[in-house]
Design a protein around this ligand. Sequence first.
Ligand SMILES: *Cc1c(COP(=O)(O)O)cnc(C)c1O
Length: 386
Amino acid sequence: MSQSNTPVPLLDLKAQYATIRQEIREAIDNVIESQYFILGPEVAALEEEIAAYSQCKFGIGVSSGTDALLISLMAIDLKPGDEVVTTPYTFFATAGSIARLGAKPVFVDIDPVTYNIDPSGIEAAITERTRAILPVHLYGQMADVDPIMEIARRHNLLVIEDAAQAIGSEYKGRRAGSVGHLGTFSFFPSKNLGAFGDGGMVTANDPALADRVKLLRNHGYRPKYYNKVVGGNFRLDAIQAAVLRVKLKHLDQWSQARRQNAETYRRLFDESGLVVDSVEELDRKPAVLLPREAPESRHIYNQFVIRIPNRDAVKTALKEDGIGSEIYYPVPLHLQECFAELAHHAGDFPASEKAAAQTLALPIYPELTEHMQRAVVTAITHHLHP
Ligand SMILES: *Cc1c(COP(=O)(O)O)cnc(C)c1O
């Protein structure tokens, strides 16, 4: 076992905080002095800024990315027994939110190259109970939204984009969250725009839908204590909004640094001579498949995810070297115990299952140095040959 000299964490939030400490402390202090902690002017300002950043008319700050999904599905009045078409290869909350409303997630397998839902499988999954399509922009690259919107139009369905990992990413110049009827974002600390706790945002262009989300966010009352619909507490804190407003000013630069790091990985892995071009080649020899950028998209690399045949062994060896990596996600959602009643089996969504077995996310955060990236590539190259 080789011992790498350079420990490399998967993510180093302290390194980022060190560059903005003063600005952040002032912003938080302003909120403390105002003693205005829930919603209010900081949240309203953030909503406008995120909406503008995401090329949307409206932004509604909410309590998390999960709640952004849940409240969006509530806003379209999703009912028990309704169906929503989505991907099984995503974070649990995507399908969990559908199930929490008594509706049924109907899975469609992914494109093995981009890891996003394969639009060519969507039409066959639509029934008379289908209400919406919920594509996920996984790892920071937008799903193929043009055909998805076209299918939705033909079948009179709504589209909710799960953009939790994709703030600022683009598809033919259009930003994540601006294409569908609603877009959902997460400010979980490890996302490209991370709060100092939980937070999220829903984006919309339709005023009626945006208003519906806003109503539901605060118990469905309007005016106060006169409840029109059953909503909940989905509110965003002013301190989180203040932190996010500071960070938003740096986001383009951070996303650019992530893209730059991705380029550096490509160069370093190319030098290793282990890179292959297709998933099939991985079956034949120990090699590395790098993430693919679709020509129409601007990837923001919330994650830099490679594929390797002996993934679990390599991950363990990297850990011994002090190099962080993570599996997003080890069990596709159709095989999760909680969805047993959907009666899926191994083999139902082969591209998702194979991705779950072979993908590994490497450190890609903006403050990463080339020296550290070289240590990651050297270690992987070394461990790939068992
Ligand atoms: C992070 C994430 C969520 C949930 O966001 P939280 O803020 O953690 O609730 C939902 N969907 C995807 C794809 C995510 O990556």
